[in-house]
Ligand binder design. Structure first.
Ligand code: ZN
Length: 158
Protein backbone atom coordinates (compact mmCIF):
# COMPACT_ATOMS: atom_id res chain seq x y z
CA UNK A 1 0.00 0.00 0.00
CA UNK A 2 1.22 3.46 -0.88
CA UNK A 3 2.12 5.89 1.87
CA UNK A 4 1.96 8.92 -0.43
CA UNK A 5 0.05 11.69 1.26
CA UNK A 6 -2.01 14.68 0.25
CA UNK A 7 -0.77 17.79 2.02
CA UNK A 8 -2.88 20.94 2.33
CA UNK A 9 -1.19 24.11 3.50
CA UNK A 10 -1.25 27.86 3.66
CA UNK A 11 1.87 29.72 2.64
CA UNK A 12 3.27 33.21 2.42
CA UNK A 13 6.27 33.59 0.15
CA UNK A 14 8.82 36.34 0.72
CA UNK A 15 12.14 37.15 -0.94
CA UNK A 16 15.45 38.00 0.71
CA UNK A 17 14.44 41.65 1.17
CA UNK A 18 11.25 40.65 3.00
CA UNK A 19 8.91 41.58 0.18
CA UNK A 20 5.80 39.35 -0.03
CA UNK A 21 5.66 37.75 -3.47
CA UNK A 22 2.70 35.45 -3.07
CA UNK A 23 0.37 34.14 -0.40
CA UNK A 24 -2.52 31.74 -0.08
CA UNK A 25 -3.89 33.71 2.88
CA UNK A 26 -7.34 34.98 2.11
CA UNK A 27 -7.76 32.18 -0.44
CA UNK A 28 -8.18 28.43 -0.21
CA UNK A 29 -5.05 26.67 1.02
CA UNK A 30 -3.02 24.72 -1.54
CA UNK A 31 -3.01 20.92 -1.85
CA UNK A 32 -0.48 18.63 -3.44
CA UNK A 33 0.15 14.92 -3.79
CA UNK A 34 3.56 14.00 -2.42
CA UNK A 35 6.30 12.80 -4.74
CA UNK A 36 4.85 14.31 -7.90
CA UNK A 37 6.93 17.48 -8.16
CA UNK A 38 3.84 19.64 -7.76
CA UNK A 39 5.64 22.12 -5.53
CA UNK A 40 9.29 23.16 -5.59
CA UNK A 41 11.65 20.41 -4.36
CA UNK A 42 13.26 22.42 -1.55
CA UNK A 43 9.85 23.07 -0.02
CA UNK A 44 8.43 19.57 -0.41
CA UNK A 45 11.53 17.91 1.06
CA UNK A 46 11.10 19.88 4.29
CA UNK A 47 7.31 19.71 4.49
CA UNK A 48 7.64 15.91 4.51
CA UNK A 49 8.71 16.16 8.14
CA UNK A 50 5.80 18.33 9.25
CA UNK A 51 2.40 17.28 10.52
CA UNK A 52 -1.08 18.71 10.54
CA UNK A 53 -1.26 21.94 12.55
CA UNK A 54 2.45 22.74 12.25
CA UNK A 55 3.43 26.32 11.48
CA UNK A 56 7.00 27.01 10.49
CA UNK A 57 9.34 29.01 8.29
CA UNK A 58 11.20 27.22 5.52
CA UNK A 59 14.16 28.76 3.69
CA UNK A 60 14.72 27.49 0.17
CA UNK A 61 17.84 28.38 -1.80
CA UNK A 62 17.38 29.28 -5.45
CA UNK A 63 18.95 25.98 -6.53
CA UNK A 64 16.17 24.05 -4.76
CA UNK A 65 13.46 26.47 -5.85
CA UNK A 66 13.27 27.77 -9.42
CA UNK A 67 16.96 27.31 -10.17
CA UNK A 68 19.58 29.84 -11.22
CA UNK A 69 18.99 32.41 -13.93
CA UNK A 70 20.14 30.83 -17.19
CA UNK A 71 21.88 33.15 -19.62
CA UNK A 72 20.80 30.99 -22.60
CA UNK A 73 17.16 31.79 -21.83
CA UNK A 74 17.80 35.41 -22.73
CA UNK A 75 16.94 35.60 -26.41
CA UNK A 76 17.45 38.37 -28.95
CA UNK A 77 15.16 38.04 -31.95
CA UNK A 78 15.50 40.36 -34.97
CA UNK A 79 12.43 42.60 -35.02
CA UNK A 80 11.65 41.61 -38.64
CA UNK A 81 11.57 37.91 -37.70
CA UNK A 82 9.40 38.29 -34.62
CA UNK A 83 6.13 36.46 -35.38
CA UNK A 84 3.88 38.97 -33.61
CA UNK A 85 3.44 42.36 -35.32
CA UNK A 86 2.81 44.45 -32.21
CA UNK A 87 4.95 43.71 -29.20
CA UNK A 88 5.75 45.72 -26.10
CA UNK A 89 7.77 45.39 -22.91
CA UNK A 90 6.06 43.07 -20.43
CA UNK A 91 4.23 40.97 -23.06
CA UNK A 92 4.41 37.24 -22.42
CA UNK A 93 4.76 34.47 -24.96
CA UNK A 94 4.72 30.72 -24.51
CA UNK A 95 7.04 28.70 -26.71
CA UNK A 96 6.34 25.27 -28.15
CA UNK A 97 2.57 25.24 -28.53
CA UNK A 98 2.49 21.48 -27.94
CA UNK A 99 3.76 21.98 -24.42
CA UNK A 100 1.28 23.45 -22.04
CA UNK A 101 4.11 23.90 -19.56
CA UNK A 102 6.73 25.20 -21.98
CA UNK A 103 8.70 28.20 -20.79
CA UNK A 104 7.01 31.57 -20.85
CA UNK A 105 9.12 34.35 -22.33
CA UNK A 106 8.68 37.89 -21.09
CA UNK A 107 9.60 40.80 -23.34
CA UNK A 108 12.36 42.85 -21.67
CA UNK A 109 13.12 45.30 -24.43
CA UNK A 110 11.86 46.26 -27.88
CA UNK A 111 13.92 48.31 -30.33
CA UNK A 112 13.59 48.97 -34.06
CA UNK A 113 16.09 46.19 -34.63
CA UNK A 114 15.30 43.49 -32.11
CA UNK A 115 13.11 42.05 -29.39
CA UNK A 116 14.82 40.88 -26.18
CA UNK A 117 13.08 38.05 -24.36
CA UNK A 118 13.70 36.38 -21.01
CA UNK A 119 12.55 32.76 -20.60
CA UNK A 120 13.65 32.42 -17.00
CA UNK A 121 11.05 31.84 -14.33
CA UNK A 122 10.38 35.18 -12.59
CA UNK A 123 11.71 33.67 -9.36
CA UNK A 124 14.82 32.09 -10.92
CA UNK A 125 17.99 33.03 -9.06
CA UNK A 126 16.11 34.00 -5.90
CA UNK A 127 16.39 32.49 -2.44
CA UNK A 128 12.89 32.19 -1.02
CA UNK A 129 11.28 32.07 2.42
CA UNK A 130 7.99 30.30 2.97
CA UNK A 131 5.89 30.73 6.09
CA UNK A 132 3.76 27.61 6.03
CA UNK A 133 0.89 26.18 8.05
CA UNK A 134 -0.14 22.58 7.44
CA UNK A 135 -3.94 22.60 7.54
CA UNK A 136 -4.37 18.95 6.56
CA UNK A 137 -2.26 15.89 5.88
CA UNK A 138 -3.81 12.55 4.96
CA UNK A 139 -3.10 9.43 2.93
CA UNK A 140 -3.90 9.81 -0.74
CA UNK A 141 -6.88 7.84 -2.06
CA UNK A 142 -6.44 5.16 -4.74
CA UNK A 143 -8.12 7.49 -7.20
CA UNK A 144 -5.74 10.34 -6.43
CA UNK A 145 -2.77 8.00 -6.82
CA UNK A 146 -4.00 6.81 -10.22
CA UNK A 147 -4.63 10.38 -11.39
CA UNK A 148 -1.37 11.72 -9.97
CA UNK A 149 -2.91 14.71 -8.18
CA UNK A 150 -4.90 15.68 -5.11
CA UNK A 151 -8.69 15.79 -5.21
CA UNK A 152 -11.20 17.46 -2.94
CA UNK A 153 -12.07 21.00 -2.01
CA UNK A 154 -8.50 22.25 -2.25
CA UNK A 155 -7.23 19.92 -4.92
CA UNK A 156 -8.12 19.09 -8.49
CA UNK A 157 -11.69 19.39 -9.67
CA UNK A 158 -12.95 17.32 -12.58
ZN1 ZN B 1 -8.12 13.50 -10.76
Amino acid sequence: MSTQRVVTFHYTLTNTTGETLDSSRGHEPMSYLEGMGQIIPGLESKMTFLKKGDKTTIQVLAADAYGPKIQELLARVPRAEFPVPTVKVGDRFRTGEAHEHGPVFVVLEVTDKEVVLDGNHPLAGQDLTFDVEITDMRLATAEELSHGHAHGPNGHHH
